[in-house]
Design a protein around this ligand. Structure first.
Ligand SMILES: [Ca+2]
Ligand SMILES: [Ca+2]
Length: 179
C-alpha cells in the first residue's frame, strides 16, 4: 500500500532533509574512494520520489526515470514528474538533472498558497547554486530561494523557464518550493 499523498508540508520537509543528509553522507564517502569523480558523474541524474521517499540516481535522465518507475511500480505506485531542475539552460540534460516525482494521481492545486512541497538543502544533493533552467508539470509551479533554508531572496513563481538568468536566478537556488 502506498501512504497517503497529503502529508503536511512540515513533515514532508523533515523527511526530505533527512534523505538529503543521507545522500550527502554517501557522496562524502565516495569522495574518499578511488575514482570518486567518475562515481559522482554516474549518479548526476536523480529522481526524488515523494510517494516512496526514495531518491534514485543514474548516469542519464532517462535511466534515472526508468529506475524510479521500476522501484515505484514494485509498491504499486505510478510516478509522474512534477518538476525537473537542469544544470544547463534550455532544458539540456547533459549537465545533470534533478527531478521531483509523485504518485500518478497527483496534480498541484491552482493556488500558490498553501505551498505543497518544500525542499531544503540543495547543497546536500550537490545542487546548490546550480540550476539554470527548470520545467514543471501537473499544474505545478516552482519558487526558488537563494539560501538552502528557504530564506534570503526568493524568485517569482515559475512555470517553465529555459534560462533562469533572464530573471537573475541562474546558478543561484539553494532550496525551493512547489505549489
Ligand atoms: Ca547551472
Ligand atoms: Ca544561492
Amino acid at each position: 500500500m502506498s501512504e497517503p499523498l497529503h502529508h503536511s508540508p512540515q513533515g514532508r520537509k523533515r523527511k526530505l532533509t533527512a534523505l538529503a543528509l543521507s545522500l550527502m553522507s554517501a557522496l562524502g564517502l565516495l569522495a574518499f574512494a578511488p575514482g570518486a569523480a567518475q562515481a559522482r558523474a554516474v549518479a548526476d541524474h536523480c529522481v526524488v520520489n515523494l510517494s516512496t521517499d526514495e531518491i534514485t540516481c543514474a548516469a542519464t535522465q532517462s535511466k534515472a526515470f526508468a529506475a524510479d518507475a521500476a522501484a515505484a511500480e514494485e509498491v504499486g505506485i505510478q510516478s509522474v514528474t512534477l518538476i525537473t531542475l537542469y544544470d544547463r539552460t534550455n532544458y539540456d540534460p547533459a549537465g545533470g538533472t534533478r527531478s521531483f516525482v509523485a504518485d500518478g494521481s497527483y496534480t498541484c492545486s491552482a493556488a500558490y498558497s498553501p505551498v505543497e512541497f518544500s525542499v531544503d538543502y540543495l547543497d546536500a544533493a550537490n545542487w546548490n547554486n546550480r540550476a539554470s533552467s527548470v520545467h514543471t508539470y501537473r499544474s505545478c509551479d516552482i519558487k526558488l530561494w537563494d539560501t538552502v533554508t528557504l530564506s534570503g531572496a526568493s524568485s517569482t513563481w515559475i512555470d517553465n523557464l529555459a534560462n533562469l538568468d533572464t530573471i537573475g536566478w541562474a546558478n543561484r537556488a539553494g532550496s525551493y518550493q512547489i505549489s
